[in-house]
Each structure stands twice: as structure tokens, then as C-alpha cells.
Design a binder for this molecule. Structure first.
Ligand code: NAP
Length: 282
């Protein structure tokens, strides 16, 4: 990683990754926005937000193609995350999907390859495919996304399942369900959670409490929402920002420390869970 002194966390493998990365859902969909999206991703990389999350699903490969262009000059500085669709997650399908992603990404390896969500294919078969891809050097690590705590327990109980590196799930101030069971379970295993939709796809940014709090810190609602996530150990946040000024805004969340009083106030407005609930997804 080229960026010095950036807030990082450690995957179970020992791999160090930045806690603030960049999402790419809906990038590459509109030709009139592509150049700005590439500039935004590159600006994020320059600022140290070198973990980039994408998926074969996003725009049917359009996001991966855009990421491939954005990182051509700096591939080795980037920690690249992509995902296989559950409908492709059988042995041959996973390998073929990965090879197609590598082609679109114009790289020889994906740093972290995730099962996008659990489908009908046996997780044992998907792990077999992941292991073959690791042996071939096409992926360096694997993980999952959208798995509830009972699915994670099942995963680590199957042969090879304990090599899982992360679970990418919906987590933000307004979606705190994982704090009841999944998050403590992952923390016990020193496995970071990757928090997707960290600003609730923009919906949190107009919340009056966040706006007022942001004003009091001379910050923005996005910075408050991200700082709330980033203050916690073992959380990687991956906001998607297709505009450079949004990327710069998000980066400044790393400098924002919310006071204990303000955290308590946020707990009052966005209460933590008091009982288990089904995993929320977007
Ligand atoms: P998000 O990051 O919570 O929100 C993205 C939206 O917020 C965009 O409209 C963006 O606008 C806006 N935004 C970001 N920073 C901003 C700022 N500082 N000021 C104002 N607006 C700002 O939602 P998301 O894209 O759903 O989630 C993030 C990433 O997580 C995705 O891109 C994807 O990589 C991943 N994800 C994974 C799953 C999964 O199932 N595994 C599901 C959802 C998402 P602009 O683009 O105009 O800058």
C-alpha cells in the first residue's frame, strides 16, 4: 500500500487493509459519468482509500470494467475485492466467473473474492472453487457477503470454511441489527466486517440529527455517518462516491472523532438492537 499512516485493520490471514475503501455499485452504468467516476476512484486511491469493492453483478460487468481502467496505473497499490453471483457459485461456474472478472478488471489476480450472497449451491463446492483459484494465484483470499450469523457458523464448520476473511453486510446507523449477534461473533474471530451502504445510499445524509451534528463539528452528514462506523474496531466501510468532492468529503471522516455524548445521542435516535433480527440486505 502506498498511502502512509492510513487507518487499517487486519484480515484473519494477516493481510492489512484500509478501513475506509470505495464501493462501485452503479458505476460504469452511464457513459456520461464514466470519466468522472474514474477520476473519483483515482482520487480515493491517492488519498489512501485503496480498497476497492466491485462485483460481476454491478452493471453486468460494467463496474468491473470501469475499475479495471481506473487502476491500470496503480494495480499494485490497490486491494481489489470482487464477488461471484450465487447462480455461478458451483465449481466450474465460480472459476469461469472469476476468469471473466479478471479479464474485465485487466489484472491477473483479485485480492479478495466474495460469494455475493448464499444461493442454492453447496458452500462446500464454492469453497472448493475458491481453493482452486487460490492455488492458481487468481485470487489471494476469499470471503462471503450477506451471510447471517447462523450461516457463518455453518460455514466455519465445513472443511476449509474457517479460511473465510470477511463478511460484507449492510451496516450503518440506521441498520444496526448485526450488532446483536453477527458483529460480536465476527469480532470473537478477529474477522473484520465490511460495511456496505454506509451512508444508506444517500438516505442518511438528509437526516435532521445527522445534519445538526455535522454542523456542530463543521463536518458533513456523510462524515458523521462514516466516523460512527470507523470509530469501531474491525469495521471496513466502503462508501460509493462517483464524484471527487464526495470522495474527499468521505476521506475527511477519518479525522472526525465523535464525543461520547454525541455517540449516546446517536444511540438514542438510532437505537442498537435488543433482540436478534433477520439480516437486512439491499
Ligand atoms: P452508499 O455508499 O451508502 O451510498 C452511495 C450514495 O451516496 C451515492 O449516491 C453517492 O453519490 C452518495 N454519497 C457518497 N458519499 C457522499 C458524500 N460525501 N456526500 C454526498 N453524497 C455522497 O451505498 P452503496 O453504493 O449501496 O454501498 C456502497 C458499496 O457497497 C457499493 O457501491 C458496493 O460496492 C457495496 N455493496 C455491496 C452489497 C452486497 O450485497 N454485498 C450491497 C450494496 C452495496 P455520488 O455517487 O453521486 O458521489
Amino acid at each position: 500500500m502506498s498511502a502512509p499512516a492510513f487507518q487499517t485493520t487486519c484480515l484473519p490471514s494477516g493481510q492489512i487493509v484500509p478501513t475506509l475503501g470505495q464501493g462501485t455499485w452503479f458505476m460504469g452504468d452511464r457513459s456520461d459519468l464514466k470519466a468522472e467516476e474514474i477520476r473519483a476512484l483515482r482520487r480515493g486511491i491517492d488519498l489512501g482509500m485503496t480498497l476497492i469493492d466491485t462485483a460481476e453483478m454491478y452493471g453486468n460487468g460494467a463496474a468491473e470494467t470501469l475499475v479495471g481502467t481506473a487502476i491500470q496505473h496503480c494495480r499494485d497499490d490497490v486491494f481489489l475485492v470482487s464477488k461471484v453471483l450465487p447462480s455461478h457459485a458451483h465449481l466450474e461456474g465460480t472459476i469461469a466467473a472469476c476468469e471473466a472478472s479478471l479479464k474485465r478488471l485487466r489484472t491477473d489476480r483479485i485480492d479478495l473474492y466474495l460469494l455475493h450472497w448464499r444461493g442454492h449451491v453447496s458452500i462446500v463446492e464454492t469453497i472448493d472453487a475458491f481453493n482452486q483459484l487460490v492455488d492458481a494465484g487468481k485470487i489471494l483470499h476469499w470471503g462471503v457477503s450477506n451471510l447471517a450469523q447462523n450461516d457463518m457458523q455453518e460455514l466455519v464448520n465445513v472443511p476449509g470454511g474457517s479460511a473465510v476473511q470477511t463478511n460484507q453486510v449492510l451496516y450503518n446507523l440506521s441498520r444496526r441489527g448485526i450488532e446483536f449477534d453477527l458483529l460480536p461473533w465476527c469480532r470473537q474471530r478477529n474477522m473484520p466486517i465490511m460495511a456496505y451502504s454506509p451512508v444508506e445510499q444517500g438516505r442518511l445524509l438528509t437526516h435532521p440529527t445527522l445534519s445538526a451534528l455535522a454542523n456542530s463539528y463543521q463536518a458533513t452528514p456523510a462524515q458523521v455517518a462514516l466516523a460512527w462506523l470507523l470509530r469501531q474496531d474491525g469495521i471496513i466501510a466502503i462508501p460509493k462516491a462517483g464524484k471527487q468532492n464526495h470522495v474527499e468529503d468521505n476521506h475527511r471522516a477519518l479525522d472526525l472523532a465523535l464525543s461520547d455524548d454525541d455517540l449516546a445521542m446517536l444511540d438514542h435516535i438510532f437505537p442498537p438492537p435488543t433482540a436478534p433480527a433477520p439480516l437486512e440486505v439491499l
